[in-house]
Design a binder for this molecule. Sequence first.
Ligand SMILES: Nc1ncnc2c1ncn2[C@@H]1O[C@H](COP(=O)(O)OP(=O)(O)O)[C@@H](O)[C@H]1O
Ligand SMILES: [Mg+2]
Length: 342
Amino acid sequence: MNQGRALLTASHLSKHFTTEDGLLHAVNDVSFEVKQGEIFGFIGLSGAGKSTLVRCLNLLERPDAGQIIFDGQDMTELNPQGLILARRKMGMIFQHFNLFLQKSVYQNIAYPLYLAGEKEDRIRDRVMTMLDYVDLKDKSAAYPSELSGGQKQRVAIARALAANPKLILSDEGTSALDPETTRSILTLLRKSVQDLGVTVILITHQMEVAKSICDRIAVMEDGRLIEEGPVEQLFVSPKQQRTIRFIQTLEDEIGEQDLKALSGGRVFRLTFPGESARQPILSNLIRRFDVEVNVLAGNINVVRSGKIGYLTIEMAGDPAVVEAGLQFLTDQDVNVEEVKHG
Ligand SMILES: Nc1ncnc2c1ncn2[C@@H]1O[C@H](COP(=O)(O)OP(=O)(O)O)[C@@H](O)[C@H]1O
Ligand SMILES: [Mg+2]
């Protein structure tokens, strides 16, 4: 599959809108590289600029500045015909599926192939192959209104894959689906990467989605890409304070009441690479240092390549011993942040 080669390189992309409140930098000097065969995620709160960015990538929105090299071509330099051909190599899926409601499942999937000028029998072969691939062979004649959300998104994926694209752009492709259906769609995307060698750029505001499927993630905030990295690195040891804050905003899994110190000590949020490590580390902490440790909250997050444990603890005792305990945790590769009280 030749993973490692860049399929898409964006350099210093910017896009602004003129609004009533003045100039809005929806995408602000964003650079990144997506390698062939990976699933690259963009995560960020609503309004962060994710959709604008993805529309810039296929030139549905013309960036004010910057360059997009896709499959060896400079997208911003292409003439209209060149752009049509380049866009054919980019399939898109959306939150609301964007199927043609007056067309059958078969016709929806066939449509891009007609546009590409494929021959009738080749189209039929391809549509049947795609229907089989997304497990909807019996729905060929159905209309979108007769399908569930998950089935609609499968049709959209089949349509996106029909023309053999190199890249799939998914803008909130699972945001309208329940968790179980979300999982089945993500599994289908991962399967497409493995079987068909496509590359995926996945835009989402859902942490769980990004964590469970992406190889690398970029975090967007106010039009800027604030940090990117392999998914484990981003969640276990984010480099930027802003990323930590952002992850905490999304995680939102620790209730306020859990954070209150029980013994007047300091509260820390610990992030463990892996699930098994945390018990011995905590036992060692208590054995070696004369501190009182209270576990206030904890959970395990599953990421694609393993598990990440979170634990919020209170440490009470002699301030110097607490500091030594913190150093011990850091030495054990635990990421430690202090949780400040209101
Ligand atoms: N066509 C437009 N005109 C003016 N403002 C826009 C337009 N499209 C998006 N925006 C603004 O740009 C910002 C980023 O939007 P968007 O890219 O949709 O973010 P996201 O997909 O991360 O939610 C938002 O403040 C949004 O209101
Ligand atoms: Mg959006």
